[in-house]
Ligand binder design. Structure first.
Ligand SMILES: NC(=O)c1ccc[n+]([C@@H]2O[C@H](COP(=O)([O-])OP(=O)(O)OC[C@H]3O[C@@H](n4cnc5c(N)ncnc54)[C@H](OP(=O)(O)O)[C@@H]3O)[C@@H](O)[C@H]2O)c1
Length: 295
């Protein structure tokens, strides 16, 4: 069967990785590529092993499917340009699909491209290093939402490169994305808080990273295997308010921001521990201790 054709606007880290995987598996024939600079589009075509670099959207060939993989802020203005490019042909090609891969935006940002079918497809994967993403993307999940014909085309396309596909309602897209932000970006912020606290205790960064590696990996593994209620250990899970009070005093004497984060996350731990074994009276003591003192 002849593969469907794909145009990519913004073949950066994500766009060129998907382009190459789809091209290699014969899912899509990558056709026209338009980046901010023509030089970058040519480099993307070389990485993908197919596609013609175009200076502007108007110069791109007709295609079954259009991916807008620019930075999030450029998606809305680019959608208007794609709409203008598609307009003369869409009455004949109402099966055209236009999609983006942002986690934060819904498919509606592509509404100017209608009557093309529109969708968003967010891979829960970090494309920091495209060369290694070629090997590691398979097994990642992709959240899809949008018009049914676009969602079903993308379901097939992502499944063909080994991704797990889930569909979400458009009104839940922001919450879905916040869920990933908690686990991915906030975990990074947590590790930074941990390193800053170790530094205040005189432990060098390189040693702190070495110390953290096994416990962070083991904690992640325990959480994913047992669920957070069972994985939680430490002073809050044990209801040990004296230890919590001593740590809070030490942090307050060191850095008010670290103490504030310790309080907020500590309260989230108390809520979690209450769903486990923590008795109500111990939870109440810890909640009082961790709440911001009234000025
Ligand atoms: N990176 C990730 O891990 C990841 C994960 C999930 C989803 N996403 C989503 O994927 C999308 C792309 O992210 P990315 O990390 O791949 O971005 P990126 O590496 O910065 O690539 C963005 C590409 O868009 C091009 N571009 C920007 N403005 C343009 C314009 N006005 N016209 C044409 N091309 C334009 C850039 O061209 P030049 O090369 O010429 O500058 C670049 O090639 C975003 O929506 C992001 O939210 C990314």
């Amino acid at each position: 069967m002849t593969p469907l054709t794909l145009n990519i606007i913004g073949a950066g880290k994500l766009g060129k990785t998907l382009g190459r995987l789809w091209q290699q598996r014969g899912v899509f024939q990558v056709q026209s590529i338009c980046n901010r600079s023509e030089q970058s589009a040519r480099a993307a075509a070389q990485f993908i092993g197919a596609g013609t670099a175009c200076r502007e959207i108007d110069a791109m060939a007709d295609a079954d499917c259009w991916l807008i993989a620019s930075s999030d802020g450029q998606i809305a203005p680019l959608a208007k340009q794609v709409a203008a490019r598609l307009a003369p042909r869409l009455s004949r090609r109402s099966d055209t699909v236009v999609f983006h891969c942002s986690g934060a935006l819904g498919s509606e940002v592509l509404a100017p491209c209608r009557p093309a079918a529109i969708a968003s497809a967010h891979p829960v994967h970090s494309f920091a290093d495209p060369q290694s993403s070629l090997q590691t993307l398979a097994g990642s999940s992709v959240a899809l939402e949008g018009d049914a014909p676009a969602v079903s085309m993308l379901q097939r396309a992502f499944t063909a490169i080994g991704c797990e596909v889930l569909t979400i309602a458009p009104e839940h897209k922001a919450l879905y994305h916040a869920g990933s932000v908690f686990a991915c970006n906030y975990l990074t912020a947590l590790l930074d808080l941990s390193l800053r606290t170790f530094a205040a205790a005189g432990i060098e960064r390189i040693q702190a990273l070495k110390l953290l590696k096994p416990i962070v990996l083991q904690t992640a593994e325990n959480n994913l295997r047992l669920g957070p209620e069972q994985a939680l250990t430490g002073p809050i899970a044990r209801g040990d308010s004296e230890t919590v009070a001593a740590q809070l005093r030490a942090l307050e004497n060191t850095d008010a921001r670290l103490a504030q984060c310790y309080r907020h996350l500590g309260l989230a731990c108390v809520e979690l521990a209450r769903r486990g074994q923590l008795p109500d009276d111990a939870a109440a003591r810890l909640t009082e201790l961790l709440s911001e003192p009234t000025p």
